[in-house]
Ligand binder design. Structure first.
Ligand code: 3H9
Length: 693
């Protein structure tokens, strides 16, 4: 073993300090597994050592198996075997954990005879988030240490557990500020004593009925996802089998899931997230510091943005035009925090601390010292341009100016100022303090450091930023508008709202699009249609059902009526809506026909993929993975399909193009196949291949 080896041993008197040093996150790659296996062999053979401590260099303990290796057949030594050799070691082995011990990393620690956690460290088994179950003993050793129900919660949620909780669960032996020193000291003390081997223990007494009730609820909530149910299957074995049998079964399930499409899709999203942060020409180090922000507008979006910023520790000034609107905004923000306290997410003191970061004013000039100002006022180009012209005279030089528009031309908004290079779009999703996605809209003149500032702010808020160019609706709302049109066509062609929603929910969407429209309010898209009416191409097929509903005041859930009727908190099919839809079909001379769930899904999928291909060709999105992230994080697209473009690749682009061509034949203008889609099919390539160019 050399100093550059991924695993080295540093003697600490009679304790072998085994250091894993494999940046960036010490993943248990093939070289790491090999190095660890050799280190354990040396521990057994070397009379100079009585015990060992496994620790890591760099920012974290082992963050899991090396996910990049999952696309190829596994190479020995396999992690479960290495872990058996640790657990069966006659000499004590103690894990010294800092950063995050995740997945295979925590499994290494569970195979040790004791675990010491740095006070700032955290542990977890996040495999289900990758469509997997722990594959190196996590489902077998964890319940033996912390009990069946606690293990069920940790493994099926994939959540990260901080030091204090890990200690109280019995997952670690001690929490210490100097975890390595404490582990070396403990390893010395364990020499000659009886070693605690998790694999040799029985699971503590457990309430089988309570476990099964929780398990059933978890499987129901997982909907189409397989991993949660499989993890439960493996967990049950911990109570029924010895460690060898349990681990063999766990391994078989792990391998089956690893080779399956769901895990492939979730791994694609994992890497897409990391890639989204990389924007050509934008150096993250150039981001401007942001400590104090201004939020203009305290409606639903503005209030949510203010909460997101205050949650992240920023000083926030909220601006409204009148005292009354300001007070309503303040109350809206306070009630958000009250709900967080009520649900136990934060304590009353934390609420006071976060509210203390917020200032409220009707004087826009009070934003003069802010580092970044986010506008969240009424969605109207002229209103926003006027506001930006005013801000230009108020904001300090070098401040970043952002608009939270969801459709409008950010270039035109930037042009209202004398500093368009400092302007960008920050498109939050509602509720802004909950939804992870932010589209960072890059104008033609925005300086790279302004884009870097948007990315850095998003990260500070714990959000997922995706950079896109300017167009009507950016990535997400443009694609949404396209497939919503196709849904309108299907209403006119013969489908009813509940049939469309049921088909798409069965496909995996979190909520049917017409139920979503009712929730968001029909008036929003009505206003947009009216805005675009003058420029709409007369050749475009236009469905008037939505307009009819709005004319009748059926603005959705808030009005008690939209595509559905809402009574006693229940969504119901409304015969009046059926009649309106049938009238509209008749008026257009359309003979209604049954539209199958398969056709509904195919037409929606075709519309999404075709529009996405246009967006890619225009350079509005940088890469297919960015589109997949937007659709899964902002529009309820099921993550286990990996996003629409990952799914399209899996289905075969030829099949999608065929649907798109049928759409073009039927619906005409505006539905022409995207040239990029045609090119990919002609060359036999996929969206994934675009990543390489
Ligand atoms: C598992 O363990 C299965 C076992 O049960 C069974 C085995 C038999 N592998 O996120 P970051 C890369 S499943 C490979 O930006 P952060 C990442 O791509 C695994 N690469 O940093 C990026 O590369 P690049 C269970 C990985 O500080 C760089 O590291 N474990 C892995 O914001 C930095 O990543 C997990 O699911 C990996 N496991 O967050 C944990 N992890 O610079 C997954 C990261 O080229 N990882 N990379 O873009 C994480 O949650 C976060 O990365 C972590 C650090 C919290 C560790």
């Amino acid at each position: 073993m050399t100093d550059t080896a991924p695993v080295r041993i540093e003697p600490r008197e009679r304790v072998a300090l085994i250091i894993i040093d494999s940046p960036p996150v010490n993943a248990a790659s093939h070289p790491v597994r090999k190095g660890l296996a050799e280190a354990i062999d040396r521990l057994q053979a070397d009379n100079g050592f009585d015990a060992a401590v496994i620790a890591c260099a760099g920012s974290t303990f082992v963050a899991g198996a090396d996910i990049r290796e999952f696309n190829s057949p596994p190479q020995p030594p396999h992690l479960p075997d290495v872990l058996f050799s640790i657990e069966r070691s006659a000499k004590p082995v103690v894990a010294a954990i800092h950063g995050t011990a995740l997945g295979g990393g925590l499994e290494i620690a569970l195979a040790c005879h004791a675990r010491i956690l740095n006070a700032k460290a955290a542990v977890g088994l996040p495999e289900v988030k990758l469509g997997l179950i722990p594959g190196a003993g996590g489902t077998q050793r964890l319940p033996r240490l912390i009990g069946m129900e606690a293990a069920l919660d940790m493994i099926t949620s994939g959540r990260t557990v901080r030091a204090e909780e890990a200690k109280s669960l019995g997952l670690v032996d001690a929490v210490a500020p100097d975890h390595v020193a404490a582990a070396i000291e403990l390893a010395g003390r364990l020499v000659g004593g009886r070693l605690r081997r998790a694999g040799a223990m029985d699971v503590p007494a457990w309430d089988q009925a309570a476990f099964e009730a929780k398990a059933a609820a978890i499987v129901k909530k997982a909907r189409g996802k397989l991993a949660e149910g499989k993890a439960i299957e493996a967990l049950r074995l911990a109570a029924q089998s010895d460690i060898e049998k349990g681990m063999a079964a766990e391994r078989a399930i792990f391998q089956e899931l690893r080779a399956g499409s769901q895990s492939g899709a979730l791994r694609h999203l994992f890497f897409a997230e990391r890639e989204a942060a990389k924007v050509p020409g934008v150096d993250p180090k150039t981001a401007r510091p942001v400590e104090a922000v201004g939020v203009i507008g305290a409606g639903t979006m503005g209030a949510g943005i203010a909460v997101a910023c205050a949650d992240a520790g920023l000083a926030v000034t909220v601006i409204e035009t009148t005292d009354d609107a300001l007070e309503k905004g303040r109350a809206r923000i306070e009630s958000t925090y009250d709900r967080m306290v009520k649900s136990g997410r934060i304590g009353a003191e934390e609420k006071t601390r976060r509210m203390g970061r917020l200032a409220f004013s009707t004087d826009i000039a009070s934003l003069a010292t802010r580092d970044l100002i986010i506008e969240a006022v009424f969605e109207d180009l002229e209103v926003k341009r006027d506001l930006f012209a005013r801000l230009d005279n108020i904001a300090r030089p070098g401040a970043t100016l952002a608009t939270n528009t969801s459709y409008l031309d950010v270039n035109l908004i930037a042009d209202a100022t004398a500093r368009p290079q400092d302007v960008l779009g920050l498109h939050f999703f509602s509720p802004a303090n909950v939804m992870r996605l932010i589209e960072i809209v890059r104008t033609t003149q925005a300086r790279p450091e302004v884009v870097a500032t948007g990315l850095s702010l998003a990260r500070k808020l714990g959000k997922l930023p995706v950079v896109c160019g300017v167009c009507d609706g950016f990535i997400g709302n443009r694609i949404f508008a396209s497939y919503r049109k196709q849904i309108d066509y299907m209403l006119e062609d013969g489908a009813l709202p509940h049939e469309i929603d049921a088909a798409l929910e069965a496909y995996g969407l979190a909520m049917g699009p017409l139920a979503v429209t009712d929730l968001a309010g029909l008036d929003i898209s009505w206003a947009r249609r009216k805005r675009l009416a003058a420029t709409r191409d007369p050749r475009e097929r236009y469905v008037e059902i939505g307009d009819r509903l709005c004319e009748l005041g059926r603005f959705g859930q808030k009005a008690g009526r939209g595509y559905y009727l809402y009574a006693n908190g229940q969504r119901q099919i409304d015969p009046d809506v059926t009649a309106i839809i049938e009238d509209e079909s008749r008026a257009k001379g359309i003979v209604r026909r049954r539209i199958s769930p398969e056709e509904i899904i195919d037409r929606v999928r075709g519309a999404i993929v075709n529009e996405a291909a246009k967006i890619l060709d225009e350079g509005v999105a940088q890469r297919p993975g960015d589109i997949d992230l937007v659709m899964t994080n902002g529009y309820g697209f099921p993550a286990w399909l990996g996003g629409p473009l990952h799914e399209a690749d899996a289905l075969g682009l030829g099949k999608i193009l065929q649907t798109v061509k049928e759409t073009a034949r039927r619906d005409g203008h505006g539905w022409e196949p995207a040239p990029l889609l045609e090119r990919l099919v002609a060359k036999g390539e996929s969206f994934a291949s675009l990543k390489l160019s």
